[in-house]
Design a protein around this ligand. Structure first.
Ligand SMILES: [Zn+2]
Length: 493
């Protein structure tokens, strides 16, 4: 994700307004048989659920042709249980459930916090397959207590589920540590085009509507799901090694946007020259007619605000570097997902790194200048948002507030320090090895530290402790003269 500077204030104002009217769900004081569970993520304690591992999702959405009414949906989850389950918790909120079937038999269900607690007729044994089918609604109208989920665009819908909004769209195990394969079906009235993650596997026209089906060839985290429904065209081109590249754009803007879209194949080739093969079956940009306030690396199809490309005030090099930011997330964040949300710096630090490296190589914007400026601000960022690998909890009602400077340029600064410390060749080998080793998986900060120490052939634990967990920015190797300004006392802090 990358917050769009020009809309940042608006977004924050919106979030503040939303938090003022939101209703806080408080757990009942007496223990209830149906309680929300989580997998212990420090930043999002109720995300994810214990006892099973989802292998695949099959999602079906039927779009009514308007944005203020819920879509009808069917979600089928195939999972393997790791323990005997009398109840199965799914993450799901902001919709109505019509029925739940577990392994072919009807189950009862109840909402608890942001969980849907399912009680099958018979407990599900440990170590077996479990199929859960939920018939439900999926409501694009937000009620003011959440960020993301469906994004209502001028001509339809898109999705922005990072970090914790996948379960506002469909029932799921909404944590990046449980990646799964996805098949997504979208039915929409004539005149609309639907596109989702992965490649198309079928188009069925019936009456006055069409059903599109897409399937991922690689596992994906729920937060990276994308479904675009709009008056759009799908533009095809070829990337490196014949990679199919497809962009989803408003039909009327296809010529206007083409000068930007045609840059993608070279950007992919540039990223491959830095870190190795592109990790997925396709890539492309989704140009949404919406002001989200951010761009988002939804897997194989990154979400961009169309306006980012049509504002003459933004320098060309800057917009291109933002394209590379989201592209590089396909390696860092998507293919290699964070094990817990405190590992977010691994996503954003690297995406910021390649964004800055691209600007250095292609637009003569020196990395050193940017990093020196980051160093100056770093102590303030750490004071406000926590150190890169120990971010502060999201502000109440503003869950995307974990996306703070400390995990962007603050984390890129730690990578810069690492490159200064271990040298360019070892750093570059680390980057390539990291994405190859953890491809299609999840990884932790400790994994990164271990790999860096292995490749540098020395113990870097002290270095990482200071750079990733320290409240003060350590001295920059090779630049002892760099200074960090003292954090200003903050109002109300
Ligand atoms: Zn990002």
């Amino acid at each position: 994700m990358l917050l769009t500077p020009r809309t940042r204030n608006r977004r924050i104002q919106g979030a503040l307004l939303a938090s003022a009217v939101s209703v806080c769900l408080v757990a009942a004081s007496a223990p209830s048989p149906a309680t929300p569970l989580g997998i212990g993520d420090r930043l999002f304690p109720h995300l994810g659920n214990p006892g099973y591992d989802v292998k695949s999702y099959d999602l079906s959405f039927t779009y009514p042709g308007v944005n203020d009414k819920p879509l009808t949906a069917v979600t089928t989850i195939d999972a393997v249980t790791s323990e005997r389950l009398e109840r199965v918790n799914l993450d799901y909120t902001h919709g109505t459930v019509e029925s739940v079937v577990v392994n072919g038999a009807p189950a009862t269900f109840k909402s608890a916090g942001e969980d849907l607690v399912v009680t099958p007729g018979e407990p599900v044994p440990a170590g077996g397959w479990m199929r859960i089918t939920v018939r439900h609604s999926s409501d694009p109208v937000t009620t003011g207590n959440g960020d993301g989920g469906w994004v209502r665009t001028k001509d339809g819908l898109a999705m922005a589920n990072q970090a914790d909004a996948g379960h506002m769209v469909f029932p799921c195990n909404d944590h990046p540590s449980d990646k799964a394969m996805f098949t997504i079906h979208v039915t929409a009235p004539d005149g609309y085009t639907a596109v989702a993650n992965g490649l198309p596997t079928g188009v069925d026209r019936a009456g006055k509507s069409t059903t599109w089906t897409y399937r991922t060839a690689h596992p994906m985290a729920t937060e990276l799901t994308q479904v675009s429904i709009g008056r759009s065209s799908v533009l095809h081109r070829e990337g490196p090694h014949g990679l199919p590249v497809r962009d989803v754009v408003p039909t009327k803007d296809r010529e206007l946007l083409e000068p930007w879209l045609k840059k993608t194949p070279d950007q992919i080739a540039w990223m491959e020259s830095k870190v190795g093969p592109y990790p997925f079956e396709t890539y492309g940009l989704l140009m949404a007619q919406a002001q989200t306030g951010f761009e988002l690396e939804t897997q194989t199809l990154s979400l961009f605000e169309k306006e980012l490309f049509t504002q003459p005030a933004l320098p060309k090099w800057y917009v291109e570097s933002i394209m590379v930011h989201e592209l590089s997330h396909q390696w860092f964040g998507d293919s290699v997902s964070p094990r817990v949300w405190s590992d977010l710096w691994l996503n954003e630090g690297h995406a910021t790194w390649y964004e800055a490296l691209y600007a250095e190589e292609k637009a003569d914007k020196p990395m050193e200048t940017r990093m020196k400026a980051a160093y100056r601000a770093s102590d303030s960022w750490r004071a406000a948002g926590g150190p890169p690998a120990a971010p502060k909890e999201p502000a109440p009602g503003q869950k995307i507030s974990i996306f703070r400077p400390s995990v962007y340029d603050g984390a890129a600064l730690a990578l810069y320090a690492l490159r200064q410390e271990i040298g360019h060749p070892t750093f570059e080998r680390l980057e390539r090895t990291w994405v190859a080793l953890h491809r299609d998986g999840t990884a932790t900060t400790a994994d990164f530290e271990r790999l860096a120490s292995d490749l540098a052939n020395r113990d870097l634990s002290g270095f990482f402790r200071a750079w990733l967990y320290g409240t003060k920015t350590p001295p920059m190797p090779g630049h002892p003269d760099w200074k960090s300004d003292a954090p200003k006392a903050r109002k109300g802090a």
